[in-house]
Ligand binder design. Structure first.
Ligand code: 5GP
Length: 223
């Protein structure tokens, strides 16, 4: 089938509890699907070691975050374990309008708001193999103290209970397998009828034009 740039990109929402390994999964996914635009969120939390401003997050002050909320610049925003996180509406809208698929890494509250505002978005929840394994991964990360880890685990349990509102669930036992599952979901999603209709219309149009040309009297047969 002829590859063609879509008129509008797909919005992909990926959620999962902190520590489930979403960042690694996203990094690997974007290496394969270089055409997907990753939406860099705004946050008031401090950068972790190795995180870069403008790459992992746009790190902003609480005052700047509030200004963005007041100016309605955010598609959604949420509070997560004491910090604010939000998605820029303009950046993702520009990419979607150019036909690029856009990936959001957001929490459950954010996903609910995005589904309200963008019902066509596809949503995927990444589950840990077990809550014990999630606790182990959060500690192994070594970025948070025990109190924050306990808060994040509590929040993780709540989030996992909301996984039934997502279109798809994947269990991140092994990163490459998870990435393959997400690629399959996106592949099937790109073939849904609503997305393929412009292609079908072009096929019908070509057939109609061919039929009209065939039925039109040629110069020689004209009286
Ligand atoms: P972390 O502090 O571990 O990077 O992120 C904490 C949580 O915030 C994660 O579940 C992550 O998906 C979520 N998050 C990151 N960016 C956004 C955002 O723009 N909006 C919302 N609602 N959640 C976000």
């Amino acid at each position: 089938m002829t590859a063609c740039k879509k008129q509008k990109g797909d919005l992909i929402v990926l959620s999962g509890p902190s520590g489930v390994g979403k960042s690694t999964v996203i990094r690997e996914l974007l290496l394969i699907r270089k055409d997907i635009h990753f939406s860099v969120s705004y946050t008031t939390r401090a950068p972790r070691t190795g995180e870069q401003d403008g790459v992992n997050y746009n790190f902003v002050s609480p005052a700047e975050f509030q200004r963005m909320v007041d100016a309605e610049e955010l598609l959604e925003h949420a509070e997560y374990v004491g910090h604010n996180y939000g998605t820029s509406w303009k950046v993702i809208r520009d990419h979607l309008d150019q036909g690029d698929d856009v990936l959001l890494d957001i929490d459950v509250q954010g996903a609910i708001k995005v589904r309200e505002r963008c019902p066509d978005a596809v949503s995927i929840f990444v589950l840990p193999p077990s809550l014990e394994e999630l606790a182990r991964r959060l500690r192994a990360r070594g970025t948070d103290d025990e109190e924050v880890i306990a808060q994040r685990l509590e929040r993780a349990k709540e989030e996992c209970r909301s996984c039934n509102i997502y279109d798809y669930l994947v269990v991140n036992s092994e990163v490459s397998h998870t990435v393959q599952e997400i690629l399959s979901i996106l592949h099937v999603y790109s073939m849904r009828t609503a997305r393929r209709m412009p292609l079908a219309e072009r096929i019908f149009q070509a057939e109609t034009e061919a039929a009209l040309t065939a039925s039109a009297p040629s110069e020689e047969t004209k009286p």
